[in-house]
Write a protein that binds this ligand. Structure first.
Ligand SMILES: Cc1cc2nc3c(=O)[nH]c(=O)nc-3n(C[C@H](O)[C@H](O)[C@H](O)COP(=O)(O)OP(=O)(O)OC[C@H]3O[C@@H](n4cnc5c(N)ncnc54)[C@H](O)[C@@H]3O)c2cc1C
Length: 420
């Protein structure tokens, strides 16, 4: 192993990104890598992630497809993902004893179905590589010096000197404050991946019902956001589900600027247009002529849950006991209008889904994505949620942590002239 004089590399933040960076640097031969973690529990978010199962990454193997899942960071991530993407993360964890398995929707979890496996593997890998973990050590101030940085931590009488500094403080304000004090632009943080509160008692009465495929369109001021053929979950406050969370992730900043007031348009028959629906109605009038509206549906509307179908009939002012033969033309038009475009007022942000991330952070224009090093402060690196990157739900946020941490750790090792 090559020894990098007496000054350690300090990784601030014992989360997913910090651990990946520290392990990568130490495995490449850097001695004296330390992780400073403010709390008593490193990797706390990994532990609670994915409902305690940890959705480590997503089975999306092509880097150019992978970037499409990041509302912020899409273009700049092309480079990093061409070097370390989902397949690399799967192999990286397999080499350290964590086998990941894919679910139907592409999310990947440890085969044990427990985040504790991931936490244990990261801690063990760090320990094996010689990384020193300093818990309850919160960085407060950084002063650049001629050959590195002076770090002042809470409760420490003397500052500590290090040659390379990696900030991986997640969504915590302290990291953003320190980055700004070092001259970086910080894009103001706003929440991402939240549900929507709707003023629609007839719909929220169906709480617990999930529906797919559904097309969503969100009109926020003059901006429009679309999400095709997703799954939504009706809740007692409005709407949730992967399709809706993806929509709010892309609209996060605009929604915040409009105080979370918007109009949501839902096509409950995702993929169907007016003409196709008219054909369905014509067929139903013939084939289901004697069936009551509430009890018979055209074939392409069968994926719709019956409770939702009944609620839509009622909203269209139709008597569910009437037969298809008795369906008035005007009533058919009202029903088609609702099926293809239910318009609902968004009155606020609902609670967060299983995953919560912050959009915003250190401006990517000021970071060299090949090394995750600051373009202004030599020796200063960033990784993880602290930078202005966030992904939709499904394992994409951790994937960014693994990729940026791996790149930063490797770059630190190269800069300190260690082998990779
Ligand atoms: C409930 C929940 C579930 C989630 N589930 C998933 C999931 O299944 N899959 C997925 O991809 N994403 C998930 N996410 C998102 C994911 O957890 C984050 O994107 C990821 O943890 C960010 O990692 P990070 O290392 O950048 O930051 P963090 O994990 O937040 O780690 C940063 C660390 O830095 C420490 N710190 C902060 N400031 C200082 C300081 N000044 N000095 C020292 N230490 C400091 C913090 O205490 C923290 O431990 C979930 C998020 C939540 C909240």
């Amino acid at each position: 192993m090559l020894k990098v004089d007496s000054l350690p590399v300090v990784v601030v933040g014992g989360g997913a990104a910090g651990f990946m960076a520290a392990i990568t640097a130490a495995e490449a031969g850097v001695e004296g890598v330390e992780i400073w973690e403010a709390t008593a529990e490193p990797l706390a978010k990994v532990r609670i992630s994915g409902g305690g199962r940890c959705n480590v990454t997503h089975a999306c193997w092509d880097p150019s497809e992978l970037v499409a899942h990041y509302p912020r960071g899409q273009r700049p991530l092309r480079g990093p993902f061409s070097r370390f993407a989902a397949g690399d993360a799967v192999a990286w964890f397999a080499e350290r004893g964590v086998e990941l398995v894919e679910e139907n929707d592409g999310r990947m979890f440890p085969v044990t179905n427990s985040s504790a496996t991931v936490v244990a593997a990261l801690r063990a890998a760090a320990h094996r590589a010689g990384v020193k973990l300093q818990s309850q050590r919160a960085l407060q101030e950084v002063t650049p010096s001629t050959d590195g940085f002076l770090l002042q931590a809470r409760g420490m009488s003397e500052p500590i000197r290090c040659r390379r500094l990696l900030l991986a403080t997640g969504g915590h304000p302290s990291g953003r404050r320190i980055a700004a004090a070092l001259g970086h632009q910080v894009v103001p943080p706003v929440p991402s991946l939240f549900t929507l509160r709707l003023d629609a008692p007839w719909l929220t009465a169906l709480a617990g019902l999930s529906q797919a495929p559904v097309d969503l369109e969100l009109q926020v001021g003059s901006e429009r956001f679309r999400q095709r053929e997703g799954t939504v979950l009706i809740t007692h406050w409005g709407l949730s589900g992967p399709g809706l969370l993806r929509l709010t992730a892309f609209a996060a900043r605009t929604l915040q600027q409009h105080s979370y007031k918007a109009e949501l348009r839902i096509n409950w028959c995702g993929g169907l247009d007016t003409e196709q629906l008219q054909v369905q109605f014509a067929v139903a009038r013939q084939e289901l002529a004697r069936r009551q509206l509430g009890n018979g549906r055209p074939e392409l509307l069968l994926p719709m849950r019956r409770r939702l179908w009944l609620a839509l009939l009622k909203q269209a002012g139709l008597d569910v006991n009437r037969t298809w033969a008795e369906l008035p033309r005007r009533g058919e038009q009202r029903l088609a209008g609702l099926l293809l475009r239910t318009e609902l007022p968004v009155i606020g942000r609902g609670p967060f889904g299983e995953e919560f991330v912050t959009a915003g952070g250190v401006d990517l224009g000021e970071v060299n994505m090949a090394t995750m090093e600051s373009r202004y402060v030599s020796g200063l690196h960033f990784a993880g949620e602290l930078v202005d990157v966030d992904g939709v739900t499904g394992g994409f946020n951790f994937q960014h942590c693994w990729s940026s941490g791996w790149i930063a750790g490797g770059a630190i090792a190269s800069a300190l002239a260690c082998k990779r």
